[in-house]
Design a protein around this ligand. Structure first.
Ligand code: 6PG
Length: 473
């Protein structure tokens, strides 16, 4: 049997598909799963000269070329620690373990330090693209946690070449593999990817709701609109699948499936982590915060249903509805704001953590394979080329060219939605973010006055240097 170039532990859907992906690229891949049924099933259906499996961990480890390269595809959290505990004593210095799950970046930092004591190199790598991406080419965000930063060690370079064969392609056919410098940086970039994913999905869902409730369009009419938008500047994976989800007929009965799906969104945690991290750094990401909150509110379904009876706002029929075609521009500018908030957070954290993360590289590797892939990312890559360290992303001329005209449309739609009683939490938060970020004189002077009044917290003045306190009474 040939020595395997890479080993995969964990054969859930993502792990099994990544294994098949590697094997299909001619990479000899060895797999192991705690319960051997999954290994047997995978080999029975897809086994070939490049894909081999082992029922026990020791055999699996023997099957790997040294230094070993082992990709963990297990559920984030305690299962990762459990696998590492079983694995570490069986590995040798120089071996590389890659965590391909959605692990919290601070867990990855802890594990990197822990495994380094045994000379084992640990790489946290976010993988985006779902089942299909894993099989045909995902976007991979690796954080190389050694002192050599972005370059990595010689064996990392061998790994990098293997991974590049399995990734999706960017718009110029380059591999969608981010090779970021710093322990935890890869999982951090993936976490923010998911935060942006949450925010964009919320704006899409609110657009659907507005078209449904205020404009009273049917799911297939809305599907057609999204399909049309997919041909223009909104072209992206999420818009594409929105059109498909809305057009899907119900297999169990009449009508559209969307009308039968319970309006209660799940979430596994990466959106919340993004928000918690942003709070801890003092970076505003209201579009992401609201997207998480909207999912939380959706989960109170039975209460919402009860309250709907108790607060019968009804529908205001007297309002003149503006043309819904312009919602394309509103959604597009909203998505631009989601990226701006997420990228600002990455840039801030990279600086704080001394990570090597080039934002245009982040955008490049999101061009293929991942959930937020979009044509817009070509523009964003260009915008980021000439930005200086002090410049806020909202100052980029091309961003202003989009936001200034398009954002002027928003108030009319936001007002209309309020009158029609359609909550647009994500849109509101995004609009208010821009409004607040561009307000020359904000109301924080009063906050400071109040803080000084009740707690002698002091304040600064606009006209004099120094710290001041007033005896207010
Ligand atoms: C991806 C996805 C994937 C998953 C997220 C979000 O990039 O492939 O982001 O990681 O869909 O975990 O899941 P929730 O919506 O359940 O939080």
């Amino acid at each position: 049997m040939r020595m395997a170039q890479i080993g995969i532990i964990g054969l859930g859907v993502m792990g099994a598909n990544i294994a098949r992906n590697f094997a299909s690229k001619g990479i000899v891949t060895s797999v192991y799963n705690r319960s051997s049924e999954k290994t047997d099933a995978l080999l029975q259906e897809h086994g070939n000269e490049f894909l081999q499996g082992h029922a026990n961990l020791a055999d699996f480890l023997v099957s790997l070329e040294k230094p070993r390269k082992i990709l963990l595809m297990v559920t984030a959290g305690a299962p990762v620690d459990a696998v590492l505990e079983a694995l570490t004593s069986l590995l040798a210095p120089g071996d590389i373990v890659i965590d391909g799950g959605n692990s919290l970046f601070s867990d990855t930092q802890r594990r990197t330090a822990q495994l380094a004591k045994a000379g084992i190199h640990y790489i946290g790598m976010g993988i985006s693209g779902g089942e299909e991406g894993a099989l045909h080419g995902p976007s991979m965000m690796a954080g190389i946690g050694n002192e050599l930063g972005q370059q990595g060690m010689a064996s990392d370079m061998v790994l990098k070449e293997l991974l590049e064969k399995a990734t999706a392609r960017d718009f110029t056919n380059g591999p969608c593999l981010g090779w970021f410098g710093g322990a935890g940086s890869g999982h951090y970039v993936k976490m923010i990817h998911n935060g942006i994913e949450y925010a964009i999905m919320e704006l899409i869902a609110e657009t659907y709701q507005l078209l449904r409730k205020a404009y009273q369009l049917s799911p297939d009419q809305i599907a057609q609109l999204f399909a049309q938008w997919q041909k223009g500047k909104l072209n992206s994976y999420l818009i594409d699948i929105t059109a498909q989800v809305l057009a899907k007929k119900d297999d169990f009965g009449d009508g559209f499936l969307i009308d039968k799906i319970k309006d209660q969104a799940g979430q596994k945690g990466t959106g919340q982590w993004t928000v918690q991290d942003a709070f801890s750094r003092g970076i505003p990401v209201p579009s992401i915060v609201t997207a998480v909150e909207a999912r939380q509110i959706s989960s109170f379904r039975s209460i919402r249903v009860r309250l709907a009876q108790q607060y019968p706002f009804g529908k205001n029929n007297s309002i003149q509805l503006p043309p819904y075609e312009q919602l394309e521009d509103m959604l597009f500018s909203g998505i631009v704001l989601c990226y701006i908030q997420g990228l600002t957070l990455i840039a801030t954290t990279a600086k704080e953590q001394s990570w090597h993360i080039d934002l245009s590289e982040v955008i490049r590797i999101w061009q293929g394979g991942c959930i937020i892939r979009a044509t817009l990312l070509t523009n964003i890559s260009n915008w980021l080329k000439n930005i200086s360290a002090e410049q806020h992303l909202l100052e980029i001329p091309a961003v202003k060219e989009i936001l200034l005209p398009y954002m002027s449309l928003w108030p009319e739609y936001l007002n209309m939605a309020m009158v029609c009683h359609v909550p647009l939490m994500g849109y509101q938060a995004s609009y208010q973010y821009l409004l607040a970020m561009t307000e020359e004189q904000c109301s924080a002077n009063l906050i400071q006055g109040l803080r000084d009044f009740f707690g002698a917290h002091t304040y600064e003045r606009l006209d004099k240097e120094g710290i001041f306190h007033t005896v207010w009474e």
